[in-house]
Design a protein around this ligand. Structure first.
Ligand code: FE2
Length: 184
């Protein structure tokens, strides 16, 4: 196999397009999740888009003009713990490139009737290691915790700048709206 045959970003984009056109639901997204793991097993891709030389911050690698999904690189240097949050009406897939991310998925114990208050309980905890990808379906509440230099590739169903999301303070249960795209 030549180097040109290794699984790269262009092929991943074109596979995402055809899969999500055919099946935009949970099963199609899980196919995208598997392919993201394949992409992250390509050391050349990881070095090119997540290596030491890459500028820090959040970079949009691709936005689909028809389907609206985005592929983003989160080039982090500093450790971070996010509060529990959702992605509004969008799903999200996180694929680990370097170091690891600990993820907790949360369920609401309240009935969701109070827009300013939520009571959460943890329902699933796992660690993403390099080459592994996890998925949150629509509206799933999750939090992430990663060390210095943890970098990841994220695929979201739509540009999160355009939709309302919430984050929840674990101590007080206060619900806050999030408006800008943040590295979480
Ligand atoms: Fe998130």
């Amino acid at each position: 196999m030549s180097i040109a045959m290794s699984y790269g970003l262009d092929q991943f984009v074109s596979d995402c397009r055809s899969i999500l056109k055919r099946d935009p639901g949970p099963e199609g997204r899980d196919e995208v999740r598997s392919l993201l793991e394949r992409l992250l097993s390509n050391k050349t891709f990881v070095e090119q888009y997540c290596g030491e030389h890459v500028p820090r911050g959040l970079k949009v690698l691709y936005e689909d003009p028809d389907l609206g999904f985005q592929i983003l690189a989160h080039i982090n240097d500093k450790a971070r713990i996010s509060p529990p949050h959702d992605h509004g009406a969008s799903w999200a897939i996180y694929g680990q490139a370097t170091k690891y991310t600990d993820i907790i998925e949360w369920a609401r114990e309240d009935d969701g009737a109070d827009p300013k208050h939520a009571k959460l309980k943890p329902v699933k905890k796992y660690r993403l290691t390099p080459g592994k990808a996890g998925i949150y379906q629509d509206g799933a509440i999750h939090s992430i915790d990663y060390p210095d230099y943890a970098r990841f590739i994220r695929v979201t169903g739509t540009n999160l700048d355009k939709i309302n999301r919430i984050k929840i303070d674990l101590k007080t249960g206060a619900v806050e709206q999030m408006y800008a795209q943040q590295a979480s």
